[in-house]
Design a protein around this ligand. Sequence first.
Ligand code: F3S
Length: 66
Amino acid sequence: MKVQIDPDRCQGHGRCYDLAPGLFGDDEEGYGTVLGDGTVTPDQEPDARRAVANCPERAIYILEEK
Ligand code: F3S
């Protein structure tokens, strides 16, 4: 699976990169970014789902296709 951030929805709350720093980073203005191509390893899946659940803007999406 992969994660994506919708830049139109992200308001820079920063929960994603606080909760899952292995998957998300922040740009120079504090908006969330996906690291690399967003691929989530099996052991990162709980972090990915926690980030999705905690983004107040619902800006994070999980793509389930491999
Ligand atoms: Fe943006 Fe949500 Fe992260 S608003 S910075 S994607 S917690």
